[in-house]
Design a protein around this ligand. Structure first.
Ligand SMILES: O=C(O)CCC(=O)C(=O)O
Ligand SMILES: [Fe+2]
Length: 331
């Protein structure tokens, strides 16, 4: 498919004649093709220069210390706490709004001040090092699709994201979680496998398990398959971040046993233009959504990537997707 782009107001947009073909592709190949096109544009503009460290590209998980200073992270945390508390009748944001374990993480409804604070924090989080690592990984520009602060409450039952899973998302999708409260064995955290261990498990049939088939004990599954587990459960201080390829590495949240865990999550996807250009052109309002979004069921060429309704057939997990490849073999 020969895809043409045109420049409009300083932005690259897809030629209308090519749009239908692209959107009619099934979701995973559509996002992979978009990523290929983003790589082409980047190579033309930047050449094949690959700065950045290899760790994230090779493992799919990387920790970054002090992305935000203590006081910057604490300012976000205080504001988020006030936003959650103000929604409660008794103004106590330490207690979950629901005792449904499936919804034990609560997204903060950001007011304008909190949105400004988060927006001001973005260049600090996506600092030169993180940006170079991301461009090395994507080999393209990238955009921020979603920015969410969410609070996780202690809960007896781990489910959904708190069991081992890979996100049903475009293969290139990257998450950065910046901790606004300290992580730790009692304070909540996230555990990861790297690309290699995730691929080994995919071969045993554990790749995108539905919620009812997700395990809490990935070490047991790895041992049963004859592998030596090496689970990475980083300890993160306030302002530290962890970045991971959410569709390509197995991961699970660990619920706090006491107190709440607050994090700022950024969801990143390949783009034709640098992330800051979207904010210059459109502002940052678009990224603060409180509902959950399936980034897979989106059209990457619609401004802000809104959800589109799409049936996902059962046989959607082709081998390249299970194995965590960025691209189909023929692309
Ligand atoms: O909240 C957590 O620690 C898990 C997050 C997660 O599964 C994700 O961001 O995809
Ligand atoms: Fe996840």
């Amino acid at each position: 498919m020969d895809i043409q782009f045109i420049r409009q107001d300083g932005r690259l947009v897809i030629h209308p004649d090519c749009h239908t073909d692209l959107v009619n592709k099934p979701a995973w190949p559509r996002h992979a093709l978009h990523h290929r096109l983003c790589r082409g544009v980047y190579a033309q503009e930047k050449g094949a220069v690959l700065a950045g460290d290899a760790e994230f590209s090779e493992k799919g998980v990387c920790v970054y210390r002090s992305l935000l200073k203590d006081d910057e992270a604490q300012a976000l945390q205080r504001r988020a706490d006030a936003a959650i508390s103000s929604k409660r009748k008794d103004a106590n944001g330490d207690v979950p709004a629901t005792d449904d374990p499936d919804n034990i993480a609560e997204v903060v409804d950001c007011d304008d001040e909190l949105k400004s604070l988060v927006t001001a924090a973005l260049p600090k989080i996506l600092n030169d090092q993180v940006n170079a690592d991301l461009e090395r990984y994507f080999q393209s520009f990238y955009r921020i699709d979603v920015a969410q602060i969410y609070r996780t409450f202690p809960c007896d039952k781990s489910t959904v994201s708190f069991l081992w899973h890979r996100d049903v998302a475009p293969m290139a999708q990257v998450h950065i979680m910046v901790y606004l409260t300290q992580s730790g064995p009692k304070a909540g955290s996230t555990s990861f496998l790297d690309f290699d261990q995730t691929r080994k498990l995919a071969r045993t049939g554990y790749h995108f398990p539905p919620v009812v088939k997700r395990t809490d004990d990935i070490e047991g599954v790895l041992r049963d398959a004859g592998h030596t587990p090496s689970v990475n459960r980083p300890d993160l201080g306030v302002g530290d971040g962890v970045m991971f390829a959410s569709a390509r590495v197995l991961h699970k949240g660990n619920l706090p046993l006491e107190n709440c865990r607050d994090v700022l999550l950024l969801v990143l996807l390949p783009s034709l233009l640098p992330w800051s250009k979207d904010i210059e052109d459109f502002g940052s309002e678009y990224m603060f959504i409180t509902e959950s979004k399936s980034t897979l069921k989106t059209d990457p060429y619609k401004p802000f990537n809104p959800n589109i309704t799409e049936e996902m057939p059962e046989e959607m997990f082709e081998d390249w997707i299970r194995n965590g490849e960025l691209f189909p073999p023929d692309a």
